[in-house]
Design a protein around this ligand. Structure first.
Ligand code: DC
Length: 229
């Protein structure tokens, strides 16, 4: 139906630089953005708040169907809106990330959120950021990227980001949490984190955001998409 609307998928582990790269690429080109990690974070928060039993498949499906998410591209970053309320602050803690990684391993949760994510494909184009964008949600996407970086580099980036927000974190605990999250995201039975066979694999350790964007845009152009970096 909307197969001619271009999609760039950007998958990879947490802290590899997907969020910044996806935001800048979408903003520069006037495309829509899907931050699928935020959708799993919202789902985890909503399940916690409403006391939903994670074994109750009917309640999980109902919750998935009731979520209305919007990402607005502001000057300095993405604003996340849930049912008309801005929720960025609550979403960005390590605890919420960990809870999201846990609910994301439940097959019925992934099914419940599938159509919601597909609905973000609207003209003139979509940048989809996540773990399974190129492998499961948009397998037909013409341009797939897999960003990665060393665990230490990713922990350093998270540390800077979280301490700027005033959160009290240590490098040691971040390294531990990143390893634990990678282990679960890469080894779960449904939609494990892995590059699509045709993806460009880009290690961002030591690269600037400009260099990352340039490589992504070059690859996208080589796939026939009209994008600037
Ligand atoms: O990218 P993030 O840190 O916001 O993602 C939080 C968790 O959500 C991540 O640990 C795994 C899960 N997730 C997923 O399973 N599939 C996606 N497409 C995106 C995120």
């Amino acid at each position: 139906m909307n197969e001619e609307i271009p999609v760039i998928t950007i998958d990879g582990p947490g802290g590899a630089g997907k969020g910044t790269a996806s935001f800048l690429l979408a903003k520069k080109n006037g495309w829509h953005l899907l931050d699928s990690g935020a959708i799993y974070r919202i789902f985890a928060l909503a399940a916690l708040k409403q006391g939903v039993d994670l074994e109750d498949t009917i309640a999980l499906r109902t919750l998935g169907a009731s979520i209305q998410v919007e990402f607005r591209l502001a000057e300095n970053g993405v604003e996340t809106w849930l049912n008309g309320e801005r929720v960025d602050q609550q979403l960005r803690t390590e605890q919420t990330g960990m809870a999201a990684s846990k609910v994301a391993a439940i097959p019925v949760v992934r099914m419940a959120l599938f159509e919601l994510q597909r609905g973000f494909r609207r003209p003139p184009g979509l940048v989809a950021d996540g773990r399974d964008m190129g492998t499961v949600v948009f397998p037909e996407a013409p341009c797939k990227i897999y960003l990665t970086a060393s665990v230490e580099e990713r922990a350093r980036r998270r540390f800077l980001q979280l301490s700027q927000q005033g959160q009290d974190v240590t490098m040691a605990s971040l390294v531990r949490e990143i390893r634990e999250r990678d282990e679960r995201d890469m080894n779960r039975s449904v939609a494990p984190l892995k590059p699509a066979p045709e993806a460009l694999i880009l290690d961002t350790t030591g690269l600037s955001i400009e260099q990352v964007l340039q490589k992504i845009a070059e690859f996208a152009r080589s796939k026939g998409l009209n994008v600037s970096d």
